[in-house]
Design a protein around this ligand. Structure first.
Ligand SMILES: Cc1c2[nH]c(c1CCC(=O)O)Cc1[nH]c(c(CCC(=O)O)c1C)Cc1[nH]c(c(CCC(=O)O)c1C)Cc1[nH]c(c(C)c1CCC(=O)O)C2
Length: 269
């Protein structure tokens, strides 16, 4: 594990052990959105900085990632960032509006808008700040908890890029799947390629476990999910494992991945 050598030894590897199917003394615990507004110390930092400025500043990202661990005996830290940094790296503007959530001022209206996107291979060079935040946080954790990296899954990211904000029905994004199936696959491929580079970069930077959030899976029936979500999730799992192999002992986790890929929220040991 060449990339691992620069980091402190693990004092608590409960989550890593469980992810590999090994025995653990206790069930590992971490919390969805464990860094966030419920913490007064988070709100204090947030009052002074724009959301994406916090994501883009490794010292701030590290600080708020560690805040919940200072209060609770959690077994993992999930890096403070957002799934929408991928559309940003592809050249789209995203704002985090208080009380409203994420908003894209110029979402994708039709297939002709795909020409606005930056090449996916270049996207990661713009996300160096996430890699720096991961490396810093992994060191600061001093082995007391597992560091989790993450991304959104392609369909979920595509839906945001088209809807431009949260939506109860995702009707515009679903409309693309029917009206512009070929362009939908082109967009999903772009997001998939950027995401693979991004997740491999996260592993190299110090992430020990990856989560891929398919938060909008609920809007797809089984057939649409099989056509527009599953192949891209599988490609991400296969290629990240292949390319991240030097940083990742390839144990029996492939089977876990294959089985869990159809679930909402894929955890990659
Ligand atoms: C869909 C999605 C997003 N972001 C994320 C998902 C996938 C998980 C899920 O299904 O919920 C993932 C995410 N977003 C955030 C994290 C950080 C790590 C952690 O869990 O502690 C993670 C893992 C920070 C955040 N991301 C966001 C906040 C709150 C923003 C603020 O402080 O203003 C945090 C801490 C904002 C965000 N970001 C997103 C939405 C819809 C919102 C608005 C919701 C809200 O306002 O609570 C997009």
């Amino acid at each position: 594990m060449a990339q691992e050598s620069g980091f402190p030894a693990m004092v608590n590897d409960r989550l890593l052990r469980a992810a590999r199917g090994e025995e653990v003394d206790q069930v590992p615990v971490w919390v969805m959105r464990q860094a966030g507004r419920y913490l007064p110390e988070f709100r204090e930092v947030r009052a002074k900085h724009d959301f994406f400025t916090m994501c883009q500043t490794p010292s701030l990202s590290c600080q708020v990632t560690l805040q919940p661990l200072n209060r609770f005996p959690l077994d993992a830290a999930i890096i403070f960032s957002d799934i929408l940094v991928i559309p940003q790296a592809l050249g789209m503007e995203v704002e985090m509006r208080p009380g409203e959530g994420p908003v894209f001022p110029s979402p994708l209206h039709g297939p002709e808008d795909l020409s606005r996107l930056a090449p996916p291979g270049d996207a990661c060079t713009k996300l160096q700040y996430v890699f720096d935040a991961l490396t810093l946080t992994r060191k600061e954790l001093k082995g007391k908890a597992t560091l989790i990296g993450f991304s959104g899954a392609p369909w979920t990211i595509m839906a945001y890029m088209i809807e431009g904000k949260g939506s109860k029905t995702m009707s515009n994004a679903k409309g693309w799947l029917y009206k512009h199936a070929e362009a939908s696959h082109r967009l999903l491929k772009i997001i998939t390629e950027a995401t693979i580079h991004y997740l491999v970069g996260q592993v190299k930077a110090g992430a020990q476990v990856l989560q891929v959030f398919e938060s909008h899976a609920e809007h797809l029936g089984p057939q649409l999910f099989r056509d527009f979500a599953l192949p891209y999730l599988k490609q991400i799992c296969d290629q990240v494992k292949e390319q991240g192999e030097a940083a990742w002992p390839p144990r029996h986790s492939n089977d876990v991945l294959a089985d869990s890929v159809s679930q909402r929220g894929v955890t990659m040991p």
